[in-house]
Write a protein of this length. Structure first.
Length: 230
């Protein structure tokens, strides 16, 4: 048996070649087994992105609408008014805690805050004021120019509305002014107790306005803006 320099081994018996024995062949592994697992994970992630990207793109283009500039002006003005009121009332609402309160006054503070959160925050702002503000803000797109310039005032229902809406909004505004005057007469901690409840209601209202604005931005149905019939 003589090995050849290249090729298979040759078996020689009695001076003649009797047979050929091929050399051992090394097994070849599939390419998928040689690649590292990290590369497979990246491929799976890319395939998932390629699958979900058209769905996400379609959702954004169909559900999300561009916010009109006049709507931003109206909603932003209302939020600015609420924010200024909160900045003015929060220090007054915290004064009773610095001065100290009795157990009865502490219970009155918490109880009045819960009452204002439900009556002013939930029923007043979330159920009525906030959705109407956003609806009027979006409806100002087709309103006359003078009302678009006064968008925050229009969104609060003080101008450019039905007779019922104008009367209700102005009576509500006069009531707030009278309440503010009466509260200033009170001494601490009772003034702080009232201010604490008002802070809870205004905070609820500010969050509600922002929440309904996001809903309108996503194309959800709006409430009745109660504009006058032209």
């Amino acid at each position: 048996m003589l090995p050849s320099e290249e090729g298979p081994l040759v078996v020689v018996l009695g001076g003649s070649a009797c047979g050929v024995v091929p050399p051992p062949v090394e097994p070849v592994l599939p390419v998928s087994l040689v690649q590292p697992r990290a590369r497979n994970s990246i491929s799976v992630a890319r395939s998932m992105v390629d699958l979900l990207l058209p769905v996400l793109t379609a959702r954004v283009t169909t559900d999300v609408q561009r916010i009109p500039v006049v709507a931003l002006w109206g909603v932003g003005g209302v939020c600015l008014v609420l924010g200024q009121a909160l900045c003015r009332l929060v220090p007054l609402a915290l004064e009773p805690f610095d001065a100290g309160m009795s157990s009865f006054q502490l219970v009155a503070y918490v109880g009045f805050a819960i009452l204002m959160g439900y009556s002013e925050g939930y029923r007043g702002f979330q159920r009525s004021f906030a959705p109407r503000v956003v609806a009027r803000a979006w409806g100002l797109v087709s309103a006359p120019l003078r009302y678009r310039l006064l968008a925050p005032v229009v969104c609060m229902g003080l101008v450019y509305g039905t007779r019922h809406r104008l009367i209700t909004s102005w009576v509500f505004l006069v009531g707030i002014v009278c309440l503010v005057i009466l509260v200033r007469i009170l001494s601490q901690p009772w003034r702080g107790i009232v201010d604490g409840g008002v802070v809870v209601g205004l905070s609820w209202g500010l969050v509600a306005v922002l929440g309904f604005t996001m809903s309108a931005w996503r194309g959800r149905p709006l409430a009745d803006p109660e504009f006058p019939v032209r």
